[in-house]
Design a protein. Sequence first.
Length: 210
Amino acid sequence: MKLILLGAPGAGKGTQAERIAAKLGIPTISTGNILREAIANGTEIGLRAKGFMDQGQLVPDDVIIGIVRERLSQPDCAKGYILDGMPRTIPQAQALEDAGIHFDCVVSMEIDDAVIERRMTGRRVCLACGASYHVEANPPKTADVCDHCGKPLSVRKDDAPETVRSRLAVYHRETEPLKGFYEKLGNLKLVDGNQPIADITAAILRAIGA
C-alpha cells in the first residue's frame, strides 16, 4: 500500500501517518528526514542537495525525487509506505509519476479553515521545559502558566494567527490543486478531518480498503 496524505497545515497528517503506518506495518517516509540523512551519509545525490542548500537555494525537484527514489528502493518499503512532505505542487506530483513512483491511494483530509485556525492559534508552549498545551483541548490549570514549572507560556511564531492564515493561503494556492491531479488518476479519496483522531484513522483505513 503506497499512500500520500494530503491536507492543510494543522490538519493532523503527521498524527494519522503515524497511526496508519503502525496499523499497516509500513514506514512513513518524510522527505525532510531523508534529505538530511542523504546529506549526512554523503551519498552522491545528498552531496548535490547540500551544494544547493549551502548556497541558500531551494533543492530542485529532480534532486529531491532522486533522494526519494533511493529511499523507496530500500527493503523496508517493499510492502508499501506513506510519503510525507511531498508532493506539494502539481509539477512535483507529475515528476514523481514520470519517475515511476505511483500511489495506490491519495487521501485528502478535508477540514474547515476555521477549525484549523482555532486548533493552531490555540496552541501554547513552555519555552522553559517544552510542555505543550491547547487553550481548548488541553488547557493549563492556570491560564498561560505552565503546570510543570510555573513559567509563562508562549505562542510559537508558526501558530500566530497571521502566520496560520498565510500558510493556509499557500496550501490552497499550491497544494490543494493536487486533489484534481489525483482525481484524474483515479486514486483520490476524501476523508472528513473534522472528526476525533480515532474516527479519522478508521475513516482512512476504510477509504483505502485496509
